[in-house]
Design a protein around this ligand. Structure first.
Ligand code: SF4
Length: 295
């Protein structure tokens, strides 16, 4: 499924060249893609069975740069395989190589590939890009939801060592356990947030702080997506101590201007501000697009 304006605040939209996946770590326990797919609303009912949609690659054209409200051209960011894993072991390598060919043919479309299978990512990307490097508009990321999977970051770093610099990102989501051992060395963009949905697990604020503060201290672009549920939001927690219910406290936080991102699940105000930054390549590409326009 190709979706512009997906509701995921760190991308412009999604492009699912495959649908379906299998679980690999704690972050997968309440996989939102599984819920969506098994409900049947997307036409693919069995999440555990991979389905291939190579024809959707033509939809990359829909992600061409467009003017923002100020009239400036802005690149779009497409999250590839939000309902699957691009580097899943059951996706034939030729399918992956064909998709990468297509991404490379669209250098003005930022492609975000996020995985919990970094071993296969590193193997294929190292072979493909060791001579020419990863194109700047292809951003490669890993999910590292907590300390238990911190090793995924080492694999991403190792790839950088092998092929040279590229935009590397980490999704520290959903935070359900300590994150203090995550090492962001070599990482260009950090995404954080709590779990949403009917069975969402709680996120402790101290764990969110561990994930956020390390990025802020190191001047790494940080995008805090959401608390997931208002009960994780410290402002809501404070108001709820006055005897209000969580939803009532959330509404009051919005009304009193204490929660500045009511559109995000559970809000996204962190220590008085909304932090939703983008990595350097986004700004560089945007500047290039607008310089071209002036010429
Ligand atoms: S890797 Fe992603 S898509 Fe696959 S089961 Fe886990 S959370 Fe869901």
């Amino acid at each position: 499924m190709t979706v512009l304006n997906s509701g995921i605040s760190w991308c412009t939209g999604t492009l699912n060249l495959t649908v379906g996946c299998t679980k690999v770590s704690a972050a997968c326990d309440n996989c939102y893609a599984e819920t969506l797919v098994n409900r049947g609303i997307l036409g693919d009912r069995d999440f555990s069975k991979l389905r291939f949609h190579p024809g959707r690659i033509k939809d990359l054209r829909r992600f061409a740069p467009a003017r923002n409200a100020e009239g400036h051209l802005e690149p779009k960011m497409v999250f590839v395989n939000s309902l699957s894993d691009f580097w899943h072991e059951d996706i034939p390598e030729q399918f992956i190589q064909d998709a990468l060919d297509a991404f490379e043919a669209h250098p003005l479309v930022i492609v975000q590939i996020l995985t919990k299978r970094p071993v296969r990512m590193r193997k294929i990307a190292q072979a493909r890009y060791s001579n020419k490097g990863v194109p700047p508009h292809i951003w490669l990321g890993v999910s590292a939801e907590d300390n238990r999977v911190k090793g995924r970051l080492n694999i991403l770093r190792r790839l950088k060592d092998q092929v040279g610099d590229f935009t590397a990102f980490v999704s520290v989501e959903p935070i359900v356990a300590p994150c203090d051992e995550l090492d962001y060395t070599g990482i260009d963009w950090v995404l954080t947030g709590g779990e949403s949905g009917p069975h969402a697990r709680d996120m402790r604020f101290e764990h969110l702080e561990q994930a956020n503060e390390k990025a802020l201290d190191a001047n790494i672009a940080l995008h805090m997506k959401q608390y997931g549920h208002p009960r994780n939001n410290p402002v809501v927690q404070q108001l709820a101590r006055r005897g209000l219910g969580v939803q009532q406290a959330f509404k009051m936080a919005i009304a009193e201007g204490l929660e500045l991102a009511p559109h995000e699940k559970g809000g996204a105000t962190y220590k008085g501000r909304v932090i939703q930054e983008k990595p350097t390549h986004f700004h560089r590409l945007k500047a290039e697009l607008n310089t071209e326009r002036i010429k």
